[in-house]
Design a protein around this ligand. Structure first.
Ligand SMILES: Cc1ncc(COP(=O)(O)O)c(C=O)c1O
Length: 359
């Protein structure tokens, strides 16, 4: 009997951060860059209040959320599209722009979902070299051909925690052909407060050839509800509406998302928590000769070349102390792990543990 056969796609699978490892009792998950403080209590309230209505479809165009986003960021609601995670925005973007033979440029250690969606939509993925784990405008430009359709850049980038400055970003856009779509993934921008950095949205609000994505999974603590959004020209966003699934954002995500965006106090608290702990953890890492990126986001890429134990040993030893970090094999970053900044308890526990295992 001949059975139905799916098309064989040559696409690597995403490996998510582990929540559990060898049945650890009470594991502390520091492997997925989730929020340390969780969502705003107002978002939780809205989520709970909506539960009697889950038999009803959600808004098909996320209008209530687009309205509050438009107010908060002073942007045009017609140029916003919401998605089931920013993941879905990457997917829709690739769907809209890519045909077999097209090329998509990502950087060597750029966020892996960008390249996965490009491959899923049958484009050829071109890797631009990084310098010291930082994207390089020159290396990206070297890779441009007449087949280049999209370039993806997360700024700051996960997992490297490095970023391109405002001037580098503007320079990149200026030197790229105008018909190449530049996708700027702003997933972690809230955590980065540096004079030479400006978020993708602020830099490219008025550009018709830059698509900016944002997520509710990080600072807003709503990773489990799957919510993100994209901002681009009205023409491109309109084309995305045409291909998106009719009810792509669920009710709970919309209800919670609206309140999360409005709760500026909570967002401020989450940023302050991260800034404080990023500084503390960074100095502890330094003390222990673990090399890390400067604090830019809610995680560190940590390297064990200068310590007595390597990253695999460190992973095991930390796991024995209930701490689960992210291995960097999928990213092909040697002798390194990624550590998410957690809540106070988790961070204290990590600081204590790292001191004992490195000695
Ligand atoms: C750079 C970057 N972009 C996007 C995402 C995913 O966001 P979402 O949960 O909105 O799909 C992540 C999640 O880790 C990320 O690191």
């Amino acid at each position: 009997m001949i059975l139905p056969k799916p098309i064989k796609l040559k696409v690597e699978r995403y490996i998510g951060g582990l929540s559990q490892f060898r049945k650890i009792d009470n594991p502390i998950k520091l492997s997925a860059n989730e929020s340390a403080l969780g969502p705003s209590p107002k978002a939780i309230q809205a989520f709970e209040k909506d539960k009697d209505k889950i038999f009803k479809y959600p808004e098909s165009e996320s209008s209530s959320l687009r309205e509050v986003l438009s107010e908060k960021f002073n942007i045009d609601p017609k140029r916003i599209i919401c998605g089931s995670g920013s993941d879905q925005i990457f997917d829709l973007t690739c769907h809209l722009f890519l045909e077999p033979g097209d090329e998509v440029i990502v950087t060597e250690f750029g966020f892996i979902m960008h390249r996965i969606y490009a491959s899923l939509h049958k484009a050829t993925v071109i890797l631009a070299k990084e310098k010291n784990f930082k994207a390089s405008v020159d290396e990206i430009l070297k890779k441009v051909t007449n087949k280049t359709k999209i370039i993806f850049i997360a700024n700051p980038n996960n997992p490297t925690g490095t970023y391109l400055t405002k001037n580098e970003m503007l320079n990149l856009r200026k030197k790229l052909r105008s018909d190449i779509l530049m996708v700027v993934d702003d997933a972690y921008f809230e955590f980065l407060n540096s004079d030479d950095f400006t978020s993708g949205l602020e830099l490219f609000k008025d550009a018709a050839n830059v698509l900016v994505t944002r997520t509710f999974s990080k600072i807003y603590g709503l990773a489990g509800l799957r919510l993100g959004w994209g901002y681009c020209s009205e023409e491109i966003i309109d084309a995305m509406y045409q291909i998106k699934p009719p009810f792509n954002v669920n009710r709970a995500a919309l209800a919670a998302g609206v309140e999360a965006i409005k709760d500026n106090e909570w967002t401020k608290r989450a940023i302050e928590h991260n800034t404080l702990w990023a500084k503390k953890i960074f100095s502890i890492l330094e003390e222990n000769k673990i090399v890390a990126n400067e604090p830019t986001a809610n995680f560190f890429l940590i390297n064990f070349d200068k310590t007595k134990i390597n990253s695999d040993e460190a992973f095991e030893k930390l796991a024995n102390k209930r701490l689960i970090l992210r291995k960097m094999e999928q990213y092909k970053i040697p002798n390194s792990l990624r550590l998410t900044i957690g809540n106070e308890q988790a961070n204290e526990h990590f600081i204590q543990a790292i001191g004992t295992i490195i000695k």
